[in-house]
Write a protein that binds this ligand. Structure first.
Ligand code: AMP
Ligand code: ZN
Length: 666
């Protein structure tokens, strides 16, 4: 095989794995193996720029920046859909169609109505050419770079696809991914996104496609458009699209008559909450494409299709009171305490009110009968007030001016929706929240210490910041509620062990606003020590890859604070890792490019996994057994004699971990 053939084979293989994983939901290799192959392809492509292919799976990670999205006309207009809300509406629609078509039998395709952002994607010769947003229906924005990062969108088709066609679908963000994104935002003190739909459509217009690549977006397709397509019915089109590699939800159903359509609607009205993404109705389409042609379009929508909107699950109930929660970063969140009520299968007692603006906009008052709806969020939200039921003596809600926990006057920064309690060091929920964040698994991962115990320690005046944890004595812990000798021992041991946590995670654990896991890694890699970060200027920080002004400003503020510096000095004194360990410094490079390593035995400075990662981070490959293709064997203690023998036979250098460290630091 020549290089080009190898490249193509790898690309095809990776495309197939993407398809298995993202479209079929049925991966056949591990993520790790996938990453290895992707890396192999990346290296090969780097060596052979002459074979660059914009549709290579390596291009899926994004990186292209679009400053201004180009406006392009749709070759075929993107219409809206008429809505219907009842059986009668649907029967009327059927009658109108029947009147135009005459008394012919009609079949219908029923599909769920996916709630996201519509997209039109053009393919030519089986390759993704262009993806355009709906815009005003006549023209939209070219978002090709961003769409290519969504792995469910095929960049190369398979089977007997037509030479040229468009396909339409919806870009969505499944609940699980949405919640994960929000969890990460909450962890660094950012405001979470309101709902999956807006987040999905916002993602399409991000300038940095690498950002889009990180979002767990999905693409569900529902219609083929083009001349002379090899299909006679809409349903056939769905099946073909599926064969060519598109993700077409299998819930789509061919109904022989209106009764079957109604059955489909009734079924999904009850079961739609079992879907992993949001749906807001059913789209019914007359199946025969000739019939569709004959029916044509109104000014705004096709006559051959109609959306049936599910009734949003909504109830009304009384707002008993509003309470205000104080988060780890001091952000205030108003929460509605409701008269308990059944909604979408659960009893709802509380609803989110977001912020002061929201309360003011809806003029929500205590004692009001409010409408509560459950969207994609975990916590339901209040969407309005039943003014007819407002008590005569009701009063406009006055947002609190002082912190409910520490009575400090609240602040609200220019352009921010939330109020904040500025009492960073004296406000109990902020103090407890920060320590709770410090001990979480992704941060210091302190075993034997949980969130509730942190509150207990604080309430007993044993800790007021995370540095205090390292001064805790067993005798202080044992007398506490639900504590005993053994649990105290575990806690102390867990705290002691956290001194081994690497710097990048310590940096994340400090809870600097906007410094999440990724940013912490970037900063640690760039500056190597807390002192270097603390003395960096705003400009310095902004120049670091992916660090924006908001983050930089927050870092500066954190280190400007005397108290923070003092706490960090204490952490240093206790032996917490506040710099990157020189020996384990495995900065990314390509010094090992083209070299294959086999790792064997037990190591002192690395775990085996870390050593393998270091090899890969520096461009090398990890082989599983010694062969003629191996360049080096990295040997630790207890390396098997058979392996040693084999390396000798093949004349492969056997190096120690220190040799290896030297090698990558050269
Ligand atoms: P509307 O925005 O209310 O006019 O509804 C039309 C939109 O519904 C289309 O632009 C599509 O993006 C979206 N939609 C979601 N699911 C489907 C589906 N299965 N078939 C057609 N359109 C759909
Ligand atoms: Zn406070």
């Amino acid at each position: 095989m020549d290089v080009l053939q190898t490249l193509q084979a790898l690309r095809n293989e990776l495309n197939q794995h993407n398809y298995n994983y993202y479209v079929l939901d049925n991966p056949t290799i591990s993520d790790y193996e996938f990453d290895l192959k992707l890396k192999e392809l990346q290296e090969l492509e780097a060596k052979h720029p002459e074979y660059f292919d914009e549709n290579s799976p390596t291009q899926r990670v994004g990186g292209a920046i679009t400053k201004n999205f180009e406006t392009v006309p749709h070759e075929y207009r993107m219409y809206s859909l008429d809505n219907s809300y009842s059986k009668e509406d649907l029967l009327d629609w059927e009658k109108r169609a029947q009147k135009i078509l005459g008394d012919v039998p009609m079949e219908y395709t029923c599909e769920l109505k996916y709630d996201g952002a519509s997209i039109s994607i053009s393919y030519e010769n089986g390759k993704l050419k262009r993806a355009v947003t709906r815009g005003d229906g006549f023209q939209g924005d070219d978002v090709t770079n961003n769409i290519k990062t969504i792995k469910a969108v095929p960049i190369r088709l398979k089977g007997d696809f037509p030479e040229k066609f468009d396909i339409r679908g919806e870009i969505i963000l499944p609940f699980a991914g949405f919640e994960k994104m929000n969890q990460e935002l909450i962890e660094i003190g950012e405001t979470p996104y309101a709902n999956p739909r807006n987040t999905a459509s916002g993602s399409l217009k991000l300038q940095d496609s690498a950002e889009v690549a990180k979002r767990p977006l999905d693409c569900l397709l529902y219609s083929l458009i083009g001349n002379n397509l090899p299909i006679k019915t809409h349903f056939e089109g769905l099946e073909k699209a599926r064969q060519w590699g598109f993700k077409v939800p299998k819930q789509s159903h061919l109904a022989k008559n209106m009764d079957e359509v109604l059955d489909f609607i009734n079924y999904w009205d009850k079961h739609r909450h079992e879907m992993p993404y949001e749906t807001d109705g059913v789209v019914v389409k007359i199946n025969d494409l000739h019939q569709q042609d004959e029916l044509g379009y109104t000014a705004k929508s096709p006559r051959w299709a109609i959306a049936y909107k599910f009734k949003a699950e909504q109830v009304s109930t009384k707002l008993n009171s509003i309470s205000y929660q104080v988060g780890r970063t001091g952000a205030i969140t108003p929460v509605a305490n409701l008269e308990p009520v059944q909604l979408a299968g659960t009893v709802v007692k509380r609803a989110s009110l977001h912020n002061a603006d929201q309360i003011e906009k809806l003029d929500i008052r205590i004692g009001d009968e409010v409408f509560v709806e459950k969207g994609g969020e975990i916590i339901p939200k209040i969407i309005g007030v039943d003014l007819n039921k407002r008590p005569q003596d009701s009063e406009v809600t006055k947002y609190i001016t002082h912190c409910p926990e520490c009575q400090t006057e609240l602040e609200r920064k220019e352009g921010e929706a939330n109020h904040y309690c500025p009492n960073f060091y004296g406000c109990p929920p902020q103090i407890i929240g920060r320590i709770q964040h410090f001990i979480t698994r992704k941060a210091m991962d302190i075993e034997g210490l949980g969130g509730e115990t942190v509150a207990l320690l604080f309430n007993n005046h044993l800790v007021t910041n995370y540095a205090d944890l390292y001064e805790l004595k067993k005798e202080q812990i044992i007398p506490l509620e639900r504590m005993a000798e053994k649990s105290a021992d575990n806690m102390i041991r867990g705290i002691e062990k956290s001194k081994e946590i690497p710097f990048e995670r310590v940096l994340y654990a400090l809870g600097i606003r906007y410094v999440g896991e990724t940013v912490a890694k970037k900063l640690a890699k760039h500056y190597k020590s807390i002192d270097a970060i603390a003395s960096a200027s705003l400009m310095d920080l902004i120049l670091v890859d992916e660090i924006g002004e908001k983050i930089a400003q927050s870092v500066i503020e954190f280190f400007d604070n005397q108290e923070n510096r003092f706490i960090i000095d204490r952490l240093k004194h206790y032996g917490v890792q506040l710099e990157v360990l020189a020996t384990a410094d495995t900065t990314v490079s390509d010094v090992l490019l083209g070299k294959t390593f086999v790792v064997s035995g037990v190591f002192e400075k690395f775990s085996r996994d870390d050593l393998k990662k270091a090899i890969e981070d520096n461009g090398g490959k990890v082989g599983s057994s010694i062969s003629a293709k191996t360049h080096f064997v990295v040997a630790g203690d207890n390396m098997g004699p058979a392996k040693l023998e084999k390396a000798k036979q093949l004349n492969i250098p056997v190096i120690s971990e220190d040799d290896f460290i030297k090698m990558i630091n050269e």
